[in-house]
Design a protein. Sequence first.
Lengths: 120, 855
Amino acid sequence: MSTATAVKNATQVLCGVRDLVDYSGVVALHEGRQIALFYLPHGRDRHSAPEVFGIDNHDPFSKANVIGRGIIGDKNGELVVASPLYKQHFRLADGVCLEDDQVRLDTFEVRLEADRVVIA
Amino acid sequence: MQDSTIQPEKKQLVIIGNGMVGHHCVEQLIERGATRHYQIHVFGDERHRAYDRVHLSEYFSGKDADALALGEANLHATHGVSLHLGVPVTGIDRDKGDIITPEGRLPYDSLIIATGSYPFVPPIPGPSENEHPQARLVYRTLDDLDAIREHAVNARRGVVIGGGLLGLEAANALKSLGLEAHVVEFAPRLMPVQLDDQGGTALRERIEALGVGVHTGRATKEIVATPDNDYAYRMNFQNGEFLDTDLVLFSAGIRPQDQLARDCGLEVGERGGIVIDDTCHTSDPEILAIGECALWNGQTFGLVAPGYTMARTVAGCLTDVCEPFSGADMSTKLKLLGVDVGSIGDAFATTEGAKSYRWIDEAGSGYRRLVVSSDGKKALGAILVGDNSYYDTLLQYVQNGIPLPDNPAVLILPQGEGGAPTLGADALPDTAMVCSCHNVTKGAICRAIDEGCADIAALKIETKASTGCGGCAGLLKQVFEHELESRGMEVDKSLCEHFHYTRQELYAMVRVEGLHSFDELLEKHGHGLGCDICKPTIGSILATCWNQPIMDPQNVALQDTNDTFMANMQKNGTYSVMPRVAGGEITPDKLVALGQVAKKYDLYTKITGGQRIDLFGAELHELPDIWEELINAGFETGHAYGKSLRTVKSCVGNTWCRYGVQDSVAMALELEHRYKGLRTPHKVKMGVSGCTRECAEAQGKDIGVIATEAGWNLYVCGNGGMRPRHAELFATDIDSDTLIRYIDRFLMFYVRTADKLQRTSVWRESLEGGLDFLKEVIIDDSLGLGEELERQMQHVVSTYECEWANALKDPEKLKRFRTFVNNRCGDPDIVNVTERDQPRPARDNEIQSLAVEIR
């Protein structure tokens, strides 16, 4: 990737907010990593400020890049995404798999800035 | 005999007879590991697999031979048991230890005789049997039933000689065939073995009300052919009266089939029956006998439960533990011609000092009798006519010696709102017998629940309870529910943590409250954000009710990935694309177009079981381009990704096939185009065959249609796949309009009442009231839902739109079809290799070696 030489610590734009899908996921390519972006336009209680989460798109169980196409929701109050292939759940906050806590997906520091999604 | 079937290291165990008892014995032997020590051979002189003789009359009301068959079709093959169907055993050579068949001899170390019984035909003078078989029909085997059906074709009236249990079953069979049925009984009342005079009278009144003629106290003197009369035969009675008829069916009792035993000199009873001891051994220690052919303690048993008990005794004696046979309870609970009849224990009060309570309803033809001990503390027996809801409780009192209440009469008196009095399941001791066919006690059921059986279906599989005659189904359910409750386990039917409702309840809310989005439903009836269980379920309900496009913004986040991208995700994250090829009919031009698309996008192509062509390996961002080309070529979406109608498989029908009797392709097209796009609790498959050869395998589908000379036969709730289930005959010889009306109602009723991800086959098993209930709802419109269901279906049909065509028109919807939102490339981790001239995903080791090459 050409951006590999970009200066670290500066924020970089991943995509526009318009590219996101409400209460669902899309995938951005960043420095060779596939980042699944999940967008909660009205927060986790559906009545507060918007939130966005970035998590590894690679599903360690199926070894396919599909996490961004999973359904999101909450389990016992924690935000999760369900892998579309074998249905394991991963916490959006820290990537830990609910079915097997030895498995954890990388998470990325992404946030909304005006009409853009940026990564730290 | 084939020598290869004889294995010298194993003992030879031969079973003569493949009826219900013989079959149960084989099952028990297999379960107890007998096949490790014995090579088992089973001989049945009928050509059919073992079948359920108890429910034989259902052969004329919908069930076919396969549906009546017992156990798994491959049971014998799986366990190395040799099954010889249609091979009669003609002799037993005890000196050599051989059995003799037309195919040769086979040696035995142990021999089990389970030959059952044969129908007794009294020696009434009549026309010759060869020329007049319809004057001497019997009712015992499937072949007998085929003969009855054949002779019933040109008959108007049929008479059954014999007014016992089997005679009334036979009368029911004649009635099902559309004949005017009559019953002639020698005794002064019907069912003389089970019922007393008042009971017989009540039963007679009920049966006469159904249009069946009852003639008791009549001895038939002769049967005369009357070719010049309106009816073919005349039966002359001893008292001078007569009855004209077109066919005569004998059901005057059964006799033990003990001929083989007689011929080889085994001890038999004076009135027939092979004499056995408590371990079912005959007078020859190598030979055992079980079931209706056996005579134990001077009695034979014409019911299936004692036969099963003997089968278990024998299986135990030949393997591990020999539990002696100690007689059997002859209590019976029946539905004859739709009339409840029950007889328990000492029904005739023969016990010294026994007293009776009787309840007689002359207006409604109901009768109940309770027989109690001389001190009034224990129940000894009972008779029921007209309402068997009292049966289970009375049986428990009798069988388990439970102390009677102060006023025992309450047990048979009519109850108010609550229905028949029930003995709470908690009052039963652990030893109480719940299922007497399979010898399952309440204790065994409790153990199975402790070991994790969480629903009735699992309990039935684990314990076999209620899989014999089925009479204990109600009691089993009571015990199950009571036990769950007492363990503090609630049967939680919540969909998930976000909705404390079942799918059926949510469906009703969406319909009744007119809710059009997940958010509305969540707001009013749910908690939290939702999850991967409730979102797709509610997405499906919304789609069925309102038929909004699944890609509309408020619906898109609800869908499983397959529905979201309207394609089927494969293991490497790519998709397969499957356009509709309705009925499997496709033009050459479309075939070429499919090939061109597959070539252009380098897709693997395979023909599916549903007569379509699947194109594999498309990446997310390629889907819109692929569909643009497919739609331009005249295709529409195939819904292979949805819980919805998949395909209607068809044979070529009478347009080309010399055997076809209807145009099965045209019907398949009509059905597929009518129901395409309907969202259902699980996928739905259909099939249409143009004749009885059934090339479309319609009887393995949720909806199967088979052409007849007169129209169509409709089958429902079949399944292939993991748990195959033969579809059941639902309606016969109906015209196309009726067919569509029934299917409309059936599908919408399924949508309304099924659980999430429940195929029609499982739904059908869980329907209380079974197929009959379903027929009442769909055909007789017993719930008054017919029009509503049709209207709801018509809404879905009229608002159909191809989801792909809809999505392609809207750039907002297409936004999601990007592998990456910030890069136009594909997923670099998707690597294909070529195999058999087509691409396929590379395996892990192949990816590693490819990486090495690149380095």
